[in-house]
Ligand binder design. Structure first.
Ligand code: NAP
Ligand code: GLV
Length: 309
């Protein structure tokens, strides 16, 4: 029984030793040396080619290297009868919270304006806003969103969150479901998207959503590029309905050279690096998930394919 590691972007020289250390009793194979497909019981993958997982006849479960599983659900031949477990690990969570806090502070402290002023050698003090006067709204209160809002509360921001089921998080105004969305948006100066990509959430960052935010709001999209209607964002920035945006994820990655987002003066672009899975901590999480599955249990991060995340 073997664990197969397959990714074109994650470094096997970091992952394979970490996995072997965490799973001393299991054979760990890197995909170019996969061996007999019949040996593979667990596949730890990022963006495998369509049909690849189906070619493993004795697969017991699929483990995603990332938190998102949209790289798998697009495979028409995905073995949907096998447990699918997305990545839940402290390194990924810490990285995302760091990024969300960094970008929230960046917009809160008007760093784009100061950058422009520096270019003009303009020494003007902009009026500060106290953190408790800045309303940050996080869409998605799962593993990542819940940790981010906790840190934002510690920084004394006025924090709200929106999810499918209602939460009770200390210091956070919690909203749930489509019915609560307008109220949530109305009180949000900085909107953070940390949703999974599903049929329900695709295109959720659109003109109608932006129109419900207070004029001059900011957007931070760290979910998926497909959450955003890019043309609607550009229109909202041009009209002043939105002040600025940070985008880490895009419909087409790498972001094409001719995208107007690259050079937009009110847009910060990063290349899908808001957070990355850390091999050492992730290998421990993978080992725990496999042990739980072997005992017949359900590990944290087990995906419900009927709801899409
Ligand atoms: P998660 O634990 O599954 O949490 C998802 C959250 O979204 C939950 O709170 C869920 O509500 C909510 N949600 C789902 N569908 C919804 C809907 N239709 N309406 C309202 N709320 C909805 O996922 P996670 O681990 O936090 O990860 C979230 C996403 O972050 C990933 O799927 C991935 O796309 C993205 N990500 C990006 C990067 C990056 O580097 N940019 C890195 C890692 C992850 P309930 O709590 O009610 O279920
Ligand atoms: C990265 O985007 C992830 O889903 O972990």
């Amino acid at each position: 029984m073997a664990l197969l590691f397959k990714s074109d972007i994650d470094r096997p020289d970091a992952w394979i030793p970490a996995l072997r250390h965490a799973l001393p009793d299991m054979e760990v194979r890197d995909w170019p040396d996969r061996g007999d497909p019949a040996d593979i019981a667990y596949a730890l993958v990022w963006k495998p080619p369509h049909g690849y997982l189906k070619s493993l006849p004795n697969l017991k479960a699929i483990l995603s290297i990332g938190a998102g599983i949209d790289h798998l659900t697009g495979d028409p031949e995905l073995p949907r009868d096998k447990p699918l477990v997305r990545m839940v690990e402290p390194g990924l969570t810490a990285g995302m919270t760091e990024y969300v806090v960094m970008q929230s502070l960046f917009h809160h402290r008007r760093m784009l304006d100061y950058r422009d002023m520096q270019a003009r050698k303009d020494w003007t003090e902009l009026q500060p806003v106290a953190p408790w006067q800045r309303r940050i709204g996080v869409m998605g209160l799962g593993e990542l969103g819940a940790d981010a809002v906790e840190r934002l509360v510690h920084l004394r921001f006025d924090v709200a969150g929106w999810s499918r089921s209602r939460k009770n998080l200390p210091g956070v105004a919690c909203f749930a479901g489509a019915a609560d969305l307008p109220t949530f948006l109305k009180r949000t100066d900085i909107l953070v998207c940390l949703l999974p990509l599903t049929e329900e959430t695709e295109g959720i960052l659109n003109a109608e959503t932006f129109a419900q935010l207070p004029r001059g709001a900011c957007l931070i999209n760290v979910g998926r590029g497909e959450h955003l209607v890019e043309a609607d964002l550009l229109a909202a920035l041009d009209s002043g309905q939105l002040d600025s945006a940070t985008l880490d994820v895009f419909r087409t990655e790498p972001l094409p050279a001719d995208s107007p987002l690259w050079a937009h003066p009110r847009v910060v672009v990063t290349p899908h690096v808001a957070s990355m899975t850390i091999p050492q901590t992730a290998a421990e999480a993978v080992a725990r998930a496999i042990h739980t599955l072997e005992r017949g249990g359900t590990p944290p991060g087990t995906v419900d394919l009927s709801r899409g995340y």
